[in-house]
Design a protein around this ligand. Sequence first.
Ligand code: X8Z
Ligand code: ZN
Length: 606
Amino acid sequence: MKNLAKLFSGMLLVFVIAACSQETPVDTAAAPPAESAEEFIARANTELAELSKEIGAAEWVRSTYITDDTAIVAAAANEKYAKWHSGMVQQALAYDGLELAPKTQRAIDLLKLGTSLPTPNDAAKRKELTQIATELEGMYGAGQYCRNDNDCISGSELEGLMGESQDYDELQEYWTGWRTISPPMRDKYERYVELVNEGAGELGYGDLGEMWRAGFDMSPAEFEGETARLWDQVKPLYDELHCAVRAKLGERYGEDKVAQDGPIPAHLLGNMWAQEWGFIYDLMEPYPGESDLDVNSTLKTKNFSPQEMVRSAENFYVSLGMDRLPDSFWTRSQFSKPRDRDVVCHASAWGLDGGNDLRIKMCIKQTYDELRVIYHELGHNYYQGAYKDQPPLFQDSAHSGFHEAIGDTVTLSMTPEYLKEVGLVASAEISDKAVINRQMQMALDSIAFLPFSKLVDEWRWGVFSGKIAPQDYNKAWWDLRLKYQGIAPPTERGEDYFDPGAKYHIPGNVSYTRYFLARILQFQFQRSLCEIAGHEGQLAACSIYGSKEAGDKFFAMMSSGQSEPWQDALQKLTGTREMDATAIIDYFAPLMGYLKEQNAGRNCGW
Ligand code: X8Z
Ligand code: ZN
């Protein structure tokens, strides 16, 4: 369920609610409810805390040990939860139309909305859906590309290779190889769409997409408009970046392979999904040798262990005045890929036992990219720890984008000065050229990511609403990739393929707009935190490392959980009630100037 992000952030949330359950019928006729609304919510909170422990344990074991047995255990736990939730949502109907205290009303609304995967009201279908959802995530986690029986490469390894290779054909092999995992998901996904929509329909939503969009303290239609507005704000910056990158890739691979008036081949951007392009920084570095941003080589020469990398992230949060992570974090987390079994390597942060048992699950590699993912994941953990004293129904972020934005905000403070201070680079230059270099490095991840993070759910919204029919799943995916990102697959991708399934969040049933919003919010947060920290000068040069004042304000926002509308939380930190991309645009103003110069005379667009 959506607000079980309080349990696990950015991972499979197969917990479900349904409108009414056949097993626990409740008479909703005019008689007053047996419990007051406050009593009902108190009971919901108690039962939720109890159930969450069991589900958390089953899910953790499933994700760190993928077998047929753990699939049974996890699906059963989720089914149990779903049944409980169905009953609670049905019981909550008794309070419809009553005048309730605002917090009580909010708790009831969140209970009703609190699922990313609503199951139908039919016991057999509920079981079927929890099993399909568990299976789909397992197929992703266990996915590998095999040249033959003895030569298989895991997803995590392939991801690494995509960042390292510069050989056109080799990249194409990894790219197409990874996408062999998803065609077998296609039929299951189609059935999952039918079932989740049935579940969402029983809750009063047109389809699951509409239900996901309803979780933002505004109407689904207004929210869709908000995402479009934010995209329009940032698109001009993306277009300049696309143009500059395409030109350089044309030099590297030849203009016969990278046509200068069309989309970029999707396998040349250093990333399996072309979502973040930081691995082609060497190609794009504006002023070679101008500043030392090579954290990768420090990690290798100093031979950082996964634990040391995590410690570095923890130290940052501690510098803001936050607590050290509990001992159990260090003993219970999964930092490395186990050699002897399948696990879900896709990074996630877990707040088990009501936020008292924090963990991350990763397969950490010795790269700067992964280091930043660790900082990102700990942002989730610190959020989970901050709201742990809220009642369980309020134990989640203000909206899903806030959860993703905490760690992302912190990574903005990984300035050259900070990296030097903690020994991750040898020198820190502050020349104008060094600033542009760092901006390029950041934009390759942050700006390149925006259209991708916008389109993933646009595809799903279309799929759930029926606008995208099953026979067009792949075509619609590539149409959106072309429209937003200006990229194209290296080979023909007909409907025998199911390329969306090769991205974790599709089989994992994790909504994606959260990342789009986070990429914008993080700059808004940073602008305010830097002001609080007393930073003067360019925002891009600000690090809040060591600022207890900024840390206090950040923590205060996190500790509210989802007890209030996100607009209130945003206002307390930033003074505004609107998400706004001007902060990211201002941040990258120096790079925008550089890109425009570079692109002068080029025929941009695709
Ligand atoms: O899924 C994640 C996190 C887990 S919360 C590692 N991210 C998105 C992705 O990998 O696709 C972080 C950025 C985008
Ligand atoms: Zn995350």
